[in-house]
Write a protein that binds this ligand. Structure first.
Ligand SMILES: Nc1nc2c(c(=O)[nH]1)N[C@H]1C(S)=C(S)[C@@H](COP(=O)(O)O)O[C@H]1N2
Ligand SMILES: [Mo]
Length: 196
């Protein structure tokens, strides 16, 4: 299994980012109710500044190469959960499927509960950014974003959309749900980039 729990070194930080406390629980943090998302009706759209936009069904998505990674998870409200095991498809795999245009600079993720979040493209084109359907060897629970969520272990976890159903490649930055409410665009936990 690929272990990326040492990626804090790249950001010149300790494993536990400043101002965080470790929890062994996995709290649920959602802006509203957990939406009921049925795998058989779920689709993932890949649109915007790409050569070939695609909409993937669950079967098509699951046929893509997948991997399992050990990752840490940092919530901007101050808790971190170490050693989460996620199985999914990496963002670079999805990006190469559609062929990202040269002028794409940001990515807007959207989700079934109306949530959105935006990240610079370079922060997405990393092996540890995954669209995951398994947590700790079990089907990803609905509260944690099942059937499919994004994980961003190098960024605060609000950059990882639960119940993800859309990825739009953008030629300029956009503001997602929390970014519009004053949270950081870049969200690097080792710099405590919590607010903009
Ligand atoms: N669709 C969606 N994704 C979301 C959220 C949300 O409200 N809706 N909350 C974000 C926040 S603030 C955090 S910390 C993590 C929490 O994930 P968890 O509930 O699995 O702990 O999901 C992120 N992704
Ligand atoms: Mo969060």
């Amino acid at each position: 299994m690929k272990d990326v729990t040492d990626l804090h070194r790249e950001f010149d930080g300790e494993r536990l980012p400043p101002g965080q406390r470790e929890t062994t629980a996995f709290p649920v943090l959602s802006k509203g109710e957990t939406p009921a998302v049925n795998r058989d009706e779920w689709e993932l759209s890949l649109t915007g500044a790409v050569a070939s936009p695609r909409t993937l069904t669950w079967e098509e998505f699951r046929a893509l190469p997948s991997e399992t990674q050990r990752q840490d998870f940092h919530c901007v409200t101050g808790w971190s959960r170490f050693d989460c095991t996620f199985t999914g498809v990496t963002f670079p795999t999805l990006a190469s499927l559609v062929g990202v245009d040269d002028d794409a600079v940001h990515v807007l993720f959207s989700a079934s509960d109306g949530y959105t979040t935006d990240l610079p493209l370079e922060d997405c084109l990393r092996e540890e950014v995954m669209l995951a359907w398994e947590l700790d060897g079990e089907t990803l629970p609905a509260d944690h974003g099942g059937p499919v969520r994004v994980v961003t272990p190098h960024r605060y976890a609000y950059k990882g959309a639960k119940w993800v159903d859309g990825i739009e490649f953008l030629t300029e930055p956009a503001l997602g749900f929390w970014e519009r409410r004053g949270y950081s665009e870049t969200a690097n936990p080792w710099n405590e980039e919590r607010y903009s």
